[in-house]
Design a protein around this ligand. Structure first.
Ligand code: GLA
Length: 356
């Protein structure tokens, strides 16, 4: 894999990293002003930059092996470059003076499986820019600019969970975040437990359109209920007036917020795991963002001794599943579940903790 030095023939002026995340609970709640509980994963994206002597920006992604050139007037057409371009354009709109740069990206965050490789790229880009240019941006502002880059330049009307997690979470504790106020605190994992993430091997083909559609349904439900957002509904009994499909979407959001708040008070891993299982059922039946393959993998995890609970993680439609396991049982759980998944005709792999 290339390095900044190998591509540009000199050392970078700044280097920064940011992690991906896995969400433990609180799915599709962030764009409803609700609660989320992500934790950073060990895999990171690393961005290096220096001021360029050329009239255009150069962006080199080690994993893709190709260089992209662009200017503010001629944006890149490559999808991955739009995240970087969006961050540069928004930092500039925020007042930063940004002349052409040589940029190098290297990442170990799995791409396209729901572990926020895009947020890691955005946050690492903005951190690197902050360092190179001495920008007065705090970590929350970085997350906010990164979220806007995703919405305005990558076309996903996402909430702020992924960017806040990449900017502020760490790998040892979960981050409880109130996405309305951005109030947050760290929450330890239940004693004796550890996080396992398996890729279902199912491509998230409908993720962008399905995601934006779910968000629109939630906004419609909130309008019909006369509330600013579904966060303002305390009890699922208040949803009865909604048409059937919107009722199920809103019920997922209301019950999922309650599950996050219940989970942070759990002292026992088993109780936390039950909430994860209930979250998956709600995502499958009410929110309809699961797939048969994800349901198979989650069922195998849930049936495995040593697993407290399991669910799909991220936006859904494919991608990864997360399980809370007995710390000592984790390697055997991963082995047994992946073998059974193979027997079911599917091919998965372990993503967290990373297997080298
Ligand atoms: C994606 C989005 C997040 C969040 C999750 C679902 O990861 O980027 O903002 O909505 O889906 O919980």
């Amino acid at each position: 894999m290339s390095s900044f030095e190998a591509v540009y023939g000199a050392a970078p002026g700044a280097v920064a990293q940011a992690p991906g995340r896995v969400n433990l609970l609180g799915e599709h709640t962030d764009y409803n002003d609700g609660y989320v509980l992500p934790i950073a994963i060990p895999q990171q994206t690393r961005v290096a930059m220096r001021r360029s002597s050329q009239p255009s920006f150069s962006l080199h992604a080690a994993e893709l092996g190709a260089a992209v050139r662009f200017t503010f007037d001629e944006p890149p057409t490559e999808h991955f470059a739009s995240y970087v371009f969006g961050c540069l354009a928004l930092a500039r709109a925020h007042g930063a003076q940004i002349a052409p740069l040589d940029i190098h990206v290297a990442s170990s965050v799995p791409i396209g499986v729901g572990l926020s490789s895009s947020a890691a790229l955005e946050v690492a880009t903005l951190r690197c820019l902050r360092q190179l240019l001495g920008l007065a941006l705090d970590d929350v502002q970085i997350a906010q600019l990164a979220q806007r880059a995703e919405i305005e330049y990558a076309g996903v009307r996402c909430g702020i969970m992924d960017q806040m997690a990449s900017s502020l979470a760490d790998t040892t504790r979960a981050l409880l975040l109130d996405t309305r106020t951005l109030a947050r605190r760290f929450v330890p994992l239940p004693p004796g437990s550890a996080v396992l993430v398996l890729d279902s091997g199912i491509a998230r083909s409908l993720a962008t359109s399905g995601y934006n559609e779910r968000r629109a349904e939630c906004e419609q439900a909130a309008r019909l209920l006369g509330v600013a957002s579904l966060r303002d509904v305390a009890d699922a009994a208040q949803l009865q007036a909604l048409p059937e499909r919107l009722l199920r979407r809103a019920r997922h959001v209301v019950t999922e917020n309650a599950r996050v708040l219940a989970a942070v008070d759990c002292t026992a891993a088993a109780a936390f795991g039950e909430l994860m299982n209930a979250s998956h059922a709600s995502l499958r039946d009410d929110y309809e963002v699961s797939t048969p393959g994800l349901d198979t993998l989650v069922a195998l995890l849930q049936a495995q001794p040593g697993v407290f609970g399991a669910r799909l993680t991220g936006a859904g439609f494919g991608g990864a599943c997360v399980a809370l396991c007995q710390a000592g049982a984790l390697p055997e759980v991963a082995r047994a579940v992946l073998a059974a998944y193979r027997e079911a005709g599917q091919s998965g792999r372990q993503l967290v903790p990373p297997v080298h």
